[in-house]
Design a protein around this ligand. Sequence first.
Ligand SMILES: [Zn+2]
Length: 276
Amino acid sequence: MIFKSSEMDLNIKNALGYLTFKALDDIPFIRHGFSTRMGGVSSGEFTSLNMSFGRGDPDENVTENYKRLCEAVGVSFESLTASSQDHNTFVRKVTKADRGVGIYRPKDMMSVDGLITNEPGVTLVTYFADCTPLMFIDKRTHAIGSSHAGWRGTVGCIGEKTVNKMKEEFGTDPCDLIVTIGPAIGKCCYEVDDPVASKVEALGLDTSKLLFPKGGGKYMLDLLETNKQIIMRAGVPEENIIKSDVCTRCNHDLIWSHRATGGKRGGMCGVLSIEN
Ligand SMILES: [Zn+2]
């Protein structure tokens, strides 16, 4: 396995691998990471670090995987609070009262594809397998957000909705936000058809940077750049937005990819928290 990236690091602690953005290294008040497939206890098609409950992997394995990931990244297992994603664009503010939801307490809401908080000790957990992770860090108010943008969430502008929810709840000025996009399936591997392409065209962005026609009604879509353009339109300066250069499908031996596995797979998660 060869991992190459100029934007992300592969960190290995106690044989568990997780990715971080180099650009977030020098932000002292956060912890963040993205799980890989490496260093967990799951077996079969979930080998070995599966972070998705409800796909057939016993819950106790997934729970143990979370404990190991938390140990490696340096967040507490008790602080985890998970989304309950279904390709919608609702963003939920969470607090310490929501700790454990979706991990060691039942999910209490559906259709939550984005989480925000301004409380230290609450770790936002979001799930992916090719879809695009979006992380938001407000350098001024120290609030954070984490969202899931597949193509539906992307064209539904969940990036902009997360920025707006942070404005509304925490008084975030988009100029103070640092935003990371990915790791996700890259334009090298993400083929879509006309119905998806027409929804991207309807966003009113410069589609020459987003959609690359292949003929026969097929296109390669740059989901990361599409999210970047949407987030810039929401007021975040271009220089504050960092895109991953790690394609999940090209790196499917290291990272869960829905397309590479035909859906027989575990899931990756992103974790983001505010530390005192
Ligand atoms: Zn690729």
